[in-house]
Ligand binder design. Structure first.
Ligand SMILES: [Zn+2]
Length: 340
């Protein structure tokens, strides 16, 4: 069948499951906040182009983290947090998102917001009001940092569970996969899972298939942040497909960080054809220069996804989300309308 119609991917209803907190900031907002607090930003963050990054070695990853830290240092007051979340919601809506799960390690914001618990409360309040103001369904994944001690992760997991009725739906693990083992964090993830949160650690981005296997074996992952390197192992792909583990694939991020050289090198098709459920995500638009709809555009332009296949990607993002059934049904029928 020939593709004659090229529908607008921004109008395709979808769920956004991989977006980091500071990384969601508009570049213009970063400049304004830096001005407000007299912060001198690194030049890489003030240019018209996104910074040149390469995280395939530890130095490159460190540089990426340093830029992220500089941006985060501009978020100091609850009103900054509220603005960030509201704008993230607005950007997502403009890109056709009908459900957003934003990922945050409240530890990083605790010093400026009066401690870990006040920080999480400020964040959850901001998510709640942005959701009401914009109409976008939003929830939070609390993510532990694998550069820190596993005991810190346990504390965070207990806190995340306590706030499950205030909008926390999942528990993640981020930062350099080359550091520490997934199993060091198994207790934290057990606490999160027993508390009803979904397990969504990062894996298979900077290191190969074994890191994805570790997420399945040791953390009982229901979703994997990235997971793209699973494409190197057909048996692992089958396992992900059989268990219905959604991989939150972020093509622009992969290219920006040098995980793959070019957009067409991201193994999107291999994962898709293997039946692994996917949810495309923007990861850190502030640093990578593109948002949610652009990821679907990459699938279309560089991987030749037809509109039917793009719709299927969108369905997979919705099914992989923690959205209530009613929201899922509404989004799924919106996807059919987009195709009709
Ligand atoms: Zn990420």
């Amino acid at each position: 069948m020939e593709r004659v119609v090229r529908r607008d991917v921004r109008e395709l209803p979808k769920a956004h499951l991989h977006l980091h907190f500071t990384g969601s900031m508009r570049p213009s907002t970063l400049l304004e906040l830096a001005d407000k607090y007299g912060v001198r930003l690194p030049e890489a963050l003030t240019g018209a182009e996104p910074p040149k990054l390469r995280a395939t070695d530890e130095r490159g990853w460190f540089r990426f983290q340093r830029l992220y830290d500089a941006a985060r240092s501009c978020l100091r007051e609850p009103e900054d947090i509220q603005r960030l979340v509201r704008e993230a919601a607005e950007e997502d809506i403009a890109d056709g998102s009908g459900w957003l799960e934003i990922q945050v390690d409240p530890t990083s914001y605790a010093p400026r917001l009066g401690g870990l618990i006040p920080a999480l409360e400020v964040i959850l309040d901001a998510v709640d009001s942005a959701s009401r103001e914009t109409g976008l369904g939003m929830r939070v994944l609390v993510a532990a940092n694998r550069m820190k001690h596993p005991l810190d992760a346990r504390t965070l997991a207990r806190l995340a569970v306590r706030y499950a009725d205030r909008g926390v739906v999942g528990f993640g693990l981020s930062n350099d996969e080359r550091r520490g083992m997934a199993r060091d964090f198994d207790r934290a993830f057990a606490i999160a899972r027993e508390g009803g949160l979904l397990s969504a650690p990062h894996g298979g981005e900077l290191t190969g298939p074994s890191s994805v296997r570790d997420c399945l074996d040791d953390l009982d992952a229901t979703r994997i942040g990235h997971g793209v390197r699973a494409a190197e192992d057909p048996r692992l792909l089958k396992r992900l497909a059989d268990r219905g583990v959604t991989c939150e694939v972020c093509p622009a991020s992969n290219v920006a960080l040098g995980v793959y050289e070019k957009p067409e090198d991201v193994p999107l098709r291999r994962l898709y054809e293997a039946g692994v459920p996917l949810a495309l995500g923007a990861d850190d638009p502030l640093l990578f220069g593109s948002r949610l709809a652009a990821q679907y555009d990459i699938a279309r332009r560089h991987h030749d996804f037809s509109d039917d296949e793009l719709a299927e990607l969108a369905r997979q993002s919705v099914r992989g989300s923690a959205a209530p059934e009613g929201v899922k049904e509404k989004l799924l029928s919106g996807i059919e309308e987009w195709l009709a």
